[in-house]
Design a protein around this ligand. Structure first.
Ligand code: G6P
Length: 638
């Protein structure tokens, strides 16, 4: 959602900014813009286009733009419709200050009103434009640019990553960060600016993550960094190990398909990482390579997992409550994990939707742990919830796929997943890796609390690897049938009902979300036991019911009864079952049969097949699978 790319250096501004914007396309956007200072005429040159970055690229293609400083932006509309006027960059009255912005300026209406009274004129409906005008008026009333910036940030409420370009200062960019990420890549006589490291990761590996509430004046060979009071900050670049080839499609038609197939490896890698954390060679490790997997496993189960999480073994032993907080697909992973923590660790576990959290009473308990689960580490709702929990003195831990993300800097401790970059907007491998890491963590907590012994811990790890294998093998078993007949058949329906019970209910929620977000087919999900309380009225031949089975015998029997309710009303029933679940198979119009695994890992075993089926249905409908309409990968606004 929204991307910022900027450059100051050696004349390759246009190329870097356009390439950078393309790399951030996966985050989701609806229009893109670019501004630079033309070296010859020493003035702004700017372009805005609705639609893909390619449109902007085409507009710039034939222009001889010699420029060594500029910024680009991809916009995901929040304030004002999608059109060129609302596309960034935005400008002040005489178009001498250009700005691009990620986030939301909450105080923009009152500021805009005051500025209109003092004769500022606005072209767009955005919150961003007021920032350019406000800075213009503050520059006039303050002695220095720095003093004007300090006043500016005092007046701007909300979340923002802002990058400014000034005609008056053609060799510098101004960067401001509050609650929205902004990074500086340090090159050789050039600086790369972006809201996501992917934009410049093959230009330099030296990165400065701008601290929360800071601003920077960036020239090609100099960075001055300040806090919001204007006090100078010293911060050294960090070295990152991230290559753009990690995000190639590698021959797959879509990132989503590639990522579905990467799941087994992501899970294996993540579990290896969890097992090895803290052994001397791997201290402070945030990312592992595949070579790592070939090393002999020495299972030590050291306390170092707790130092990675920033917590003590004593605190884990005393744990009385767990809170799991997340959004979207990550929330579904948490709903599944609730069963792990409550059953394996015997700890009452509450799962919260991040977007609801700030508006509900929260009763922090002593000896509790709040775990925030987020693929991107940048979801605004999740970050906001984290800030609330941090202020309640509850210990916070982030589980994320992006070690350089904002959540890592704000949580008390973090556990990096090893899923690798996930590019497709619909989450696949991040989901299965989250479920796996949470299952591992639940067992590790149980071991610490002496609820299980080391043999059970090892067996749990084996179970995870087996479930990951089943996840992959099941796709292979049904691949051809799905491609040749099933996808075509089911892509013709306009609506679906999804059912699950117990641990298969949150999984059914995830399946319904997957179908909705990429195929745009309407899907409604219910706990199967609720069917009789209303949704049963919807059962007809035109509304296939997709039911996910369970390996818990009692739940299975209940699901058989629910399947009978569907069939008794002439419903069309598709089931995802486990080997030997004959009654369900016989009741179904079609069954996907998956090998048996540890009952807690049933959803994980079915994940690949469910995702592949939905992917192929969507392909039949010819939708933009990796970038569905209206959606963003990283939702950085509340
Ligand atoms: C967006 C994405 C979803 C994701 C959700 C939470 O809606 O499209 O795929 O599950 O954000 O993202 P997070 O990065 O916090 O897991």
């Amino acid at each position: 959602m929204c991307g910022i790319v900027g450059y100051v250096g050696q004349g390759k501004c246009k190329k870097y900014v356009i390439d950078g914007l393309k790399r951030l396309e996966y985050r989701g956007y609806d229009s893109a813009g670019f501004v630079c200072i033309d070296q010859k005429h020493k003035q702004f040159n700017f372009f805005k286009k609705v639609g893909h970055v390619q449109e902007l690229e085409k507009a710039l293609h034939d222009l001889e733009l010699k420029s060594s400083i500029g910024i680009g932006h991809s916009r995901w509309a929040t304030h004002g419709i999608v059109n060129e006027l609302n596309t960034h960059p935005h400008f002040n009255c005489d178009k001498s200050i250009a700005v691009v912005h990620n986030g939301i300026v909450e105080s923009y209406e009152e500021i805009r009103k005051k500025l209109i009274e003092s004769r500022h004129e606005f072209e767009s409906s955005t919150d961003t434009e007021v920032v350019a005008h406000l800075l213009e008026s503050l520059i006039k009333t303050h002695k220095t640019l720095k003093a004007a910036i300090v006043d500016l940030v005092r007046q701007l409420k909300g979340a923002y990553a802002l990058v400014f370009l000034f005609e008056q200062y053609p060799d510098q960019l101004l960067l401001i960060r509050k609650r929205s990420p902004l990074l500086i890549g340090v090159g050789d006589d050039e600086m790369f600016i972006a809201s996501d490291v992917l934009a410049f990761c093959d230009q330099t590996n030296k990165v400065i993550f701008m601290p929360e509430e800071s601003f920077a004046i960036v020239k090609k060979d100099q960075i001055e960094l300040f806090d919001f009071e204007g006090k100078a900050l010293i911060i050294k670049p960090q070295e990152i190990d991230f290559k753009h080839d990690q995000v190639d499609k590698q021959g797959f038609e879509h990132y989503m398909l590639k990522e579905i197939y990467e799941q087994k490896r992501s899970i294996d890698r993540s579990i290896s990482f969890c097992k090895f954390i803290g052994s001397n060679n791997f201290n402070n490790l945030t990312h592992i390579s595949d070579n790592f997997l070939t090393q002999e496993a020495k299972i030590q189960y050291q306390d170092s997992i707790w130092s990675q999480l920033g917590i003590t073994s004593e605190k884990i032993k005393e744990l009385k409550y767990i809170y799991l907080i997340a959004a979207g697909t990550s929330w579904h992973a948490c709903r599944i994990a609730q069963f792990f923590f409550e059953n394996i660790c015997k700890i009452p576990t509450y799962v919260y939707l991040a977007s609801e959290f700030g508006y509900m009473p929260f009763f922090p308990e002593e000896n509790s742990l709040a775990i925030f689960v987020t693929q991107s580490g940048e979801t605004a709702d999740t970050l906001e919830a984290l800030r609330v929990v941090n202020s309640c003195n509850v210990f916070t831990v982030a589980i994320t796929n992006v070690p350089s993300s904002s959540i890592v800097r704000e949580a008390n401790g973090f556990l990096p997943m090893q899923a690798g970059p996930e590019i497709s907007v619909a989450s696949t491998k991040a989901f299965s890796t989250q479920v796996s890491v949470l299952f591992w963590l639940a067992n590790r907590v149980a071991l610490e609390k002496k609820l299980i012994d080391i043999e059970v811990m090892k067996a749990a790890e084996e179970d995870l690897l087996l479930a990951a294998e089943v996840l992959e093998i099941s796709i292979e078993s049904y691949k051809w049938e799905i491609k040749q007949t099933l996808a075509k058949k089911y892509s013709k329906y306009n609506r679906f009902i999804f059912l699950g019970r117990h641990i298969s209910y949150p999984f059914a929620l995830e399946a319904a979300l997957k179908l909705k977000e990429i195929s745009y087919i309407f899907a409604q999900c219910y706990p199967a036991g609720e069917l009789k309380h209303g949704p049963i009225a919807l059962i007809d031949k035109e509304t296939p019911v997709i039911l996910f089975s369970s390996l818990n015998d009692l739940i299975y029997q209940k699901l058989v009864a629910n399947a009978q309710e569907v069939k008794a009303r002439n419903g069309h029933l598709v089931t995802f079952v486990f080997e030997g679940q004959q009654e369900l198979i016989e009741l179904s119009d079609y069954s996907f049969i998956v090998s048996r695994v540890n009952p807690f890992l049933g959803p994980l075993a079915m994940t690949g097949l469910m995702q592949f089926f939905i992917y192929q249905i969507t392909k039949e409908l010819d939708r933009p699978i990796d970038r569905p309409r209206n959606l963003a990968k990283s939702v950085t606004v509340e």
